[in-house]
Ligand binder design. Structure first.
Ligand code: PLP
Length: 457
């Protein structure tokens, strides 16, 4: 084999191994399988969110502690799923447990502000270099607020987003999330594809999507819709189709393009916030947008969301001209957890541990090289992914070249060997936690090497 060439993966072998691993998984999950049948009677699909029903079956979890989770069959796993990237602080961290218990005894909801909210907002202002913050209860609410603010400030309705990014399930952005090759249209002018049934066509038509890492495509779209685009929302590093890093200068260029067309730039840091650096993507890539949507790790496992902005971006909320509202906004339980999380748990020092874990996971790169796998790896603090493609994913459409079978097998393989990952690893990056031990990281690498050996023989 010439130097640098990759092995050809035998897809028939992958299929056979997938059958074997699925049967092994079923055997270990008798209780989960039975429970799904019971749950289906009242919960559609037996789950509380459609994406929890990943094949072969949902796995019902009973508890988590530190870097580990246990399912209702009693199987133990190192948690790389971390609740879709939330639990970077680890499960049941003693300081979070104490803060939540203390707050529960003092009452958990008044729909009035509590003192903790100010401390949380101050901490966010320091991390993300934006002065003003408001709270909500999910990433969906945070990106909804970002879109509404951009529309209110500009008096325009259209929004630009990146093809292949997910920003939550509200009508304004659930467009071109995972479009199929058949529906997506030409790369120069991607079609606006509703991700789910039930989206009004009028909302879908207000969204224009562009490929990630292509500033000129964004510039072109702004020119084609001159004076109509309120702003652009972007995940500064894509996290829902592997981890896709921005090219140097890309984010800064987007900011310049938005501003030169009288529009705003919003970062969706729901997943990158608190995971790629202490100050999220703002710190990692050195660009401060007009608005930032946060959620996930902020609340240490309690439902949360936040929208931050420059003084100008938040001016209409400050002036009382735009309603950013919600019964549970700034909920005392969320704020108590977030305060301790930000000030005592995921502090600057904690990020050194994420880098140590990341360095152990980097051994997967050696495995890729040694076994000449058609795969590549990307890593940034708590986030990382292995793409089953020899050149790293640079934009969403690159994913179409990946066979579904291999990432599904890789996911099952890890699951059967004590590593819990987000389902659909073709689309998902992993999230590590500060609670992980060196052994937890080594387990991932060892499993990966075992898989590499099996599929290349
Ligand atoms: C990048 C991104 N933005 C927004 C959201 C929506 O967050 P939530 O599920 O809390 O509404 C998600 C959810 O996974 C996400 O990955």
């Amino acid at each position: 084999m010439p130097a640098g060439a990759h092995v050809e993966i035998d897809l028939a072998l992958v299929e056979a191994l997938t059958k074997r691993e699925t049967a092994n998984l079923d055997e270990k999950h008798a209780r989960s399988l039975a429970y799904r049948e019971e749950a289906k009677a009242y919960l559609p699909g037996g789950v509380s969110s459609s994406w929890q029903a990943w094949p072969p079956h949902p796995i019902y979890i009973s508890r988590g502690l530190g870097s580990h989770v246990w399912d209702i069959d009693g199987n133990e796993y190192v948690d790389y799923h971390n609740g879709y990237g939330v639990m970077v602080m680890g499960h049941a961290h003693p300081k979070i447990v104490e803060a939540v218990q203390r707050r529960v005894e003092l009452g958990t909801h008044f729909a009035q502000p509590t003192e903790d909210a100010l401390i949380v907002a101050e901490n966010l202002a320091e991390r993300y270099r934006l002065p003003y913050w408001r709270f909500g209860n999910s990433g969906t609410e945070a990106t909804l607020d970002a879109v509404r603010i951009m529309r209110a400030l500009t008096g325009r309705d259209m929004i630009v987003k990146i093809e292949g990014t997910y920003h939550g399930h509200h009508d304004s952005l659930m467009v071109s999330v995972f479009p199929s090759k058949e529906d997506a249209g030409p790369r120069e002018h991607p079609a606006s594809v509703p991700q789910t049934k039930g989206l009004p066509r009028a909302f879908v038509d207000l969204v224009v999507s562009v490929p990630f890492n292509d500033a000129e495509a964004a510039d072109r779209v702004f020119a084609e819709h001159e004076g109509q685009i309120a702003g652009m929302i972007v995940e500064p590093a894509m996290t829902n189709c592997g981890l896709v890093l921005p090219d140097p200068g890309y984010l800064q260029r987007l900011k310049e393009i938005c501003h030169s067309h009288g529009a705003l730039l919003a970062f969706d840091e729901v997943k990158t916030g608190f995971t790629v650096a202490w100050g999220g993507a703002v710190e990692a890539f050195g660009v401060v947008p007009d608005l930032i949507a946060l959620a996930k790790s902020l609340g240490a496992g309690i439902p949360c969301g936040a929208i931050g902005g420059t003084e100008e971006a938040m001016s209409m909320i400050i002036a009382g001209e735009l309603d950013q509202v919600g019964t549970f906004n700034g909920n005392p339980l969320t704020m108590a957890a977030a305060k301790v999380n930000l000030t005592e748990v995921i502090t600057k020092d904690a990020y050194a541990r994420l880098d140590e874990i990341n360095a152990i996971l980097a051994r997967c790169e050696d495995v890729i090289e040694r076994y000449r796998l058609p795969a590549s790896m990307k890593r940034l603090a708590a986030k990382g992914s292995i793409d089953w493609r020899s050149t790293p994913i640079h934009e969403y459409r690159d994913l179409w070249e990946i066979e579904d079978g291999v990432p599904q097998l890789a996911w099952l393989w890890q699951l059967n060997r004590g590593v819990f990952k987000s389902p659909g690893s073709k689309w998902e990056s992993w999230t590590t936690s500060i609670a992980m031990s060196d052994e937890d990281a080594t387990r991932y690498v060892d499993n990966f090497e075992e898989l590499a050996a099996e599929i290349t023989t």
